[in-house]
Design a protein around this ligand. Structure first.
Ligand SMILES: *[C@@H]1O[C@H](CO)[C@@H](O)[C@H](O)[C@H]1NC(C)=O
Ligand SMILES: *[C@@H]1O[C@H](CO)[C@@H](O)[C@H](O)[C@H]1NC(C)=O
Ligand SMILES: *[C@@H]1O[C@H](CO)[C@@H](O)[C@H](O)[C@H]1NC(C)=O
Ligand SMILES: *[C@@H]1O[C@H](CO)[C@@H](O)[C@H](O)[C@H]1NC(C)=O
Ligand SMILES: *[C@@H]1O[C@H](CO)[C@@H](O)[C@H](O)[C@H]1NC(C)=O
Length: 444
């Protein structure tokens, strides 16, 4: 312990000596607020991956809640109801019991499930992050969760000027509206500005990010995304009309072309596919194709695979291909792929193995497959499937319904996959379709 501690101090000193001071970031949020979800999933988490060692993050789950105290018992009223209070307590317990990287990973997992208050997900996220669910639960039953939430309430109310937007992001204990606004749009850029771009994480990522964006998505797609609300409704009208004209099949074939390290793929799988899958399962015949914009170089023997995000991505794709080849149910396949994709590093074999075990896959078989010729040929099969696409793949993930590319379906799926599926379901629709319709083409 002593040695570990001094190593840590040494390391901290080393970082300090080279790069200067860390930045303190306080995040005031609440677990059911869509803006908080967006910030955690799209801004905080990816930035923390790159620059975590430069940030001292403080997580304050409370938001616009209210606290009443009488006789040392706390009563909370939360903006989005009792579920939110519960979720916020769980988050507060995790933040106080575990390290900040663990808490952020947990926060990301819980928030990206779209059900940050649901024990099923809260527990699963604990398992995945190697946290003890029983410890987290006892924080709630012992009343410590109440105390933590009340303390977060005090902290939230003591901010000046008073918080009027959730999430609020404060750097080095001083609120600045410009920083707040910029953080919501591009948190990483904001952090890098404050670090004077002197951190390698900033440089590296600027390059990585531009290539990732230019390759993962093309600009015409980005443009169309902006016009989405209008065009989508219009297109949906025709899709729905089409259902009455054509006799649709009873099961919808959906193929998802994705790759292990593409943030858009993670976003789609964890925010769109996974949260709705229980209800949509029986309407879908799902095919998962982990390959994306990889390339098979057949000019050399043995053929070489080059992946968009490098060798680690190839490795990640291959492990997933090997798991999928164990022919479990499509539900379990979605579970395991989601579990892998929400990791900080979806190519980390240790985590892939953990996810595999969690959902009952044979992980010895998986390793044998991934390290041998079987994995190679599975990747080639997925490569062939991907190259058959017409038009050729320009955005990852690409979602194909019933074998034919359709731009409206593709664009709509990124924002509201359930709604696109629902538009193709005939007869009695599941409950999720009602919610999907209400939500429209917003984040979920
Ligand atoms: C607080 O506890 C005392 C003693 O148990 C009791 O008399 C009192 O009514 C309680 N007050 C409230 C507001 O519950
Ligand atoms: C919150 O602030 C109130 C008023 O200052 C104080 O009485 C209470 O003990 C604080 N609660 C916590 C949990 O810190
Ligand atoms: C916010 O930060 C900017 C840039 O450092 C500075 O110019 C501005 O005065 C700050 N605003 C407030 C309200 O402190
Ligand atoms: C899964 O199905 C594929 C294709 O039918 C087959 O090649 C493979 O051997 C099956 N895997 C297992 C573990 O049964
Ligand atoms: C992929 O396609 C190539 C060319 O059509 C073919 O030679 C190869 O056998 C296919 N590989 C797999 C695994 O299907």
């Amino acid at each position: 312990m002593g040695l570990l501690k001094s190593l840590f101090v040494f390391n901290a000193f080393f970082v300090f000596a080279i790069y200067g001071k860390n930045i303190k970031v306080s995040l005031y949020y609440e677990c059911l607020c869509p803006d908080s979800v967006k910030f955690v999933v799209n801004q905080l988490y990816p930035t923390y991956k790159d620059l975590g060692n430069r940030l001292d993050v403080e997580l304050v789950a409370y938001g616009f809640a209210k606290t009443e105290e009488s006789n040392n018992t706390y009563m909370f009223t939360c903006q989005h109801g009792p579920k939110e209070c519960y979720g916020n307590k769980i988050h507060s317990c995790v933040a106080s019991q575990y390290s900040i990287p663990e808490a952020i990973q947990y926060l990301y997992c819980a928030m990206s499930s779209g059900r940050g208050w649901d024990d099923v997900y809260l527990k699963k996220c604990a398992t995945v992050g190697n946290l003890k669910w029983t410890e987290i639960q006892s924080c709630i039953t012992s009343g410590r969760g109440d105390l933590l939430l009340a303390a977060n309430g005090n902290k939230t109310l003591s901010v000046t000027p008073p918080i009027n937007f959730i999430p609020t992001i404060i750097f080095n204990d001083e609120f600045n509206q410009t920083y707040q606004s910029e953080s919501l749009i591009d948190f990483k850029k904001m952090v890098c500005e404050l670090l004077d771009y002197e951190d390698p994480g900033c440089k590296e990522n600027n390059e990585a990010k531009t290539t990732a964006i230019s390759k993962c998505s093309d600009t015409s797609f980005a443009k169309q995304k902006l016009q989405l609300p209008v065009t989508m409704n219009f297109n949906l009208f025709f899709v729905i009309l089409g259902i009455f004209v054509h006799q649709a099949v009873s099961t919808i074939n959906v193929a998802i072309y994705y790759e292990a390290l593409c943030p858009d793929s993670t976003q789609f799988i964890t925010n769109q596919l996974y949260p709705n899958f229980n209800q949509l399962d029986r309407y879908l015949n799902l095919e998962l194709v982990p390959f994306g914009k990889a390339f098979i170089d057949t000019s050399v023997e043995p053929n070489r695979v080059l992946c968009q995000h490098g060798a680690r991505e190839c490795l990640g794709n291959k492990y997933q291909a090997c798991l999928l080849n164990q022919n479990k149910s499509q539900k379990v396949n979605v579970d395991v792929v989601n579990c892998i994709m929400i990791q900080m590093d979806p190519s980390n074999v240790e985590f892939i193995e953990k996810c595999g075990k969690l959902f009952g896959y044979d992980t010895e078989e998986m390793k044998k497959c991934a390290q041998g010729p079987e994995g190679d040929s599975l990747i080639k099969m997925h490569g062939n499937r991907t190259m058959e696409l017409d038009p050729i793949i320009s955005f990852v993930p690409t979602i194909i319904f019933n074998g034919a590319y359709n731009h409206a379906d593709q664009a709509g799926s990124q924002y509201n996959f359930a709604s696109v599926v629902c538009s193709k379901i005939q007869g009695q629709i599941p409950d999720v379709c009602r919610t999907a319709k209400e939500v429209g083409y917003s984040y979920f």
